[in-house]
Design a binder for this molecule. Structure first.
Ligand code: PYC
Length: 427
């Protein structure tokens, strides 16, 4: 078993510690599996669709914060195989609206303690985040964001080109380039994390407390009767349940359609790429909106790049030559000295874009059908806070204040939360 019973009778994951490592090494005893395969039960108190960071975090906090463990997490693929394993793992809370800043800041706070909380090394590296401004208009937006951030007690400030050069010496800050760097929004708490470790840590923590994670289990239909959720039909059988939480990215509208709920979402691919590893030289995350590129260096030394979403709706997760050509051109405008670095891989994930670039979280017109969707390019950084908040909503029936602005009803009410100006790059 991947779990053990503690004094209070509740299950916890088997501990990873230096002592256990030594004991297992000396006794040659194998490590327990991090999560188990289970038979699908005919009913669960809660069914979560999507075993990415959002679904797994919601399951984890349901169990840990509310003692609700009769929970199934379903995924048609494998744990973290969607957007949660395809993003560029950047964390930050330097958004544009007070609602957004407060929300993402709570996520960053949870991320900071996550390794200790999950007893799993998630490799959070707080290294600062620079959003470059190449035009007067973007400098103005950076100032605006800095002021909103400060009012929410989030550390962000606008800095000049000399300070940018000090933080990232390989950037070309001369005026000889097409888009000279005029300044940047500097956000010291930002950083990167190991996305797979976050997914696996939440999966292990949820499983150990009794949650059933069902991989290779596709949702085929959702039965609604008398205005509320009754049953989920899957490729492995039917499940009776009063609560379905849609935590999918890419398939959010497909799943919501099954329950008869329409969502204002259009799905676009977002491509990324990684280079061979080199000695550490880039100690901050660097983003350029005008050049449509962001880059960070992992602890292994690889440079991870991303850009804007592909300019057409699609469900494709393949990389394209156009993307790589354009990306390379833009990266070299920023850092000409890396011209000889070789790219190892490229890939794509799916982004569910909403009209205001904010997510949709909370209840829907169908009782028991809840959504945690519409993350656009911001999903991974919000995994812990949305998991925590959605678990509270499921457990108490009350929408937590932190996510109230992101309700589906805001589109009908015209109360949008415009976060396009906080996007890393233009989309
Ligand atoms: O919002 O920081 C961001 C981001 C980076 C990559 C995709 N989104």
């Amino acid at each position: 078993m991947g779990s053990e019973r503690r004094g209070d009778g509740r299950r916890r994951p088997a501990r990873y510690s230096a002592l256990t490592l030594l004991r297992r090494g000396l006794t040659a005893s194998p490590w327990p599996r991090s999560w188990q395969a289970h038979e699908l039960k005919p009913s669960y108190d809660v069914v979560i669709v999507g075993a990415g960071v959002h679904g797994l975090a919601a399951a984890y906090y349901l169990a840990v914060n509310h003692g609700i463990t009769d929970v199934a997490v379903l995924d048609k693929g494998y744990i973290g195989g969607g957007g949660s394993g395809r993003n560029t793992a950047i964390l930050r809370s330097n958004y544009l609206t007070p609602e957004g800043v407060r929300f993402y800041q709570r996520s960053l706070t949870l991320y900071q303690d996550l390794a200790a909380q999950l007893n799993f090394n998630v490799m959070f590296s707080r290294r600062g985040h620079l959003t470059l401004a190449h035009t007067d208009a973007s400098l103005r937006t950076m100032r605006w964001r800095a002021e909103v951030n400060k009012l929410q007690h989030v550390d962000s400030e606008v800095i000049g080109p000399e300070e940018v050069k000090r933080l990232a010496p390989y950037l070309d800050v001369t005026s000889r380039v097409r888009y000279p760097i005029l300044g940047a929004l500097y956000h010291p708490p930002g950083g990167i994390i190991r996305h797979d470790a976050v997914n696996w840590g939440y999966a292990r923590g949820a499983d150990a407390r009794g949650v059933h994670i069902h991989q290779d289990t596709e949702v085929l239909g959702i039965d609604v009767g008398a205005g509320r959720v009754q049953r989920v039909r899957t490729s492995r059988g039917d499940i009776a349940t009063p609560v379905v939480l849609n935590c999918t990215a890419g398939w959010a509208t497909t799943i919501a359609d099954m329950a008869g709920v329409g969502l204002p979402i259009i799905t676009h691919p977002l491509q990324a790429a990684v280079t061979e590893p080199v000695k550490m030289f880039l100690h901050t995350v660097v983003v350029s909106g005008s050049l449509h590129v962001y880059v960070s260096q992992t602890d292994r030394g690889e440079l991870v790049f991303g850009a804007s979403v592909d300019p057409y709706p699609s469900y494709s997760t393949r990389g394209s030559l156009e993307f790589i050509e354009e990306l390379a051109g833009h990266v070299l405008e920023l850092m000409p000295s890396i011209a000889r670095l070789r790219l190892l891989r490229q890939w794509a994930g799916l982004c569910d874009m909403t009209p205001d670039y904010s997510p949709i979280m909370g209840v829907t017109p169908v009782d028991g059908f809840l959504v945690d969707v519409g993350w656009g390019t911001y999903g991974f950084k919000a995994g812990p806070v949305s998991g925590e908040a959605m678990a509270e909503l499921v457990a108490t029936g009350k929408t937590p204040e932190l996510i109230a602005p992101f309700a589906l009803s805001r589109f009908g009410a015209g109360a949008l939360v415009g976060e396009k100006g906080a996007a890393s790059v233009g989309h």
